[in-house]
Design a protein around this ligand. Sequence first.
Ligand SMILES: [Zn+2]
Length: 285
Amino acid sequence: MQSSSGQELRVGFLGVTSVLVDDGDTRLLTDGFFTRPALHRVLLGRLAPDGARIEQGLARAGITDLRAVLVGHSHYDHALDAPEVARRTGAVVVGSSSTANLARGYGLPGEQIRVVEPGEPLVFDAFRVRFFPSRHASPNAAAGEISAPLTFPARARAFRDGGCFSLLIEHARGKSLLIQESAGFVKGALAGARAEIALISMAMLGRQPESYRRAYFSETAGAVGAKVICPLHYDDFFRPLENPPRRIPRWMDDLRPALDSLERWAGERGVRVSWLPAWQMVPLD
Ligand SMILES: [Zn+2]
């Protein structure tokens, strides 16, 4: 995949469901969550974007400019840093009205905030992005809407999900990818959407029955006809992101049964499971 500037379309895994997509001309980022506060802070404290960690994260990922920060739901482990990342990079934050209230409360100017409608195509140079209705994995620690501008710092539970989306990112010269920010689904929501690569959340799948896991894979990666699946949201987000990532703690979720069932589901269909290294840009081919 060559872009007009002679560069390939590349993706980079930056922890949880933060994914950088770069065609050589234009960069899009999902979530942009770099602060990754420690567990005691999440449970007992109030959260705000950590400027030093964001600066380090952006530098390590080689990000200097972004067209958009795409947010699939507004829980803190997805949306906390989105307005600060946008402020530093000139990006527009795109997401639900709850994500918009989070960004407004942080003080991001209105022209850098965009509320998206389900299915509405958003064009960023050679990229076309659509948000499709989805659901959060169970349990959902902070359900509901952020109905007014959020005051920072805020308790973790104030970052209500605000509705969950599956993100479809298509490139004008071919290749498209699905980014699934939580391990939930709306049956049939992705019918007709196509993506070669599905990057899908694994967190909380270990707590679900096998039948749910298979339905989830079928309604996300299966629905778009993906040939490659890259697991997301499996790292321990109470610590800085290492490479290879340290896995989500066992008390939160046991990943093993979910990974076994992903391997089985993919194997039956000739789909490849591929692990993206952290902090590295990988060509999509
Ligand atoms: Zn969530």
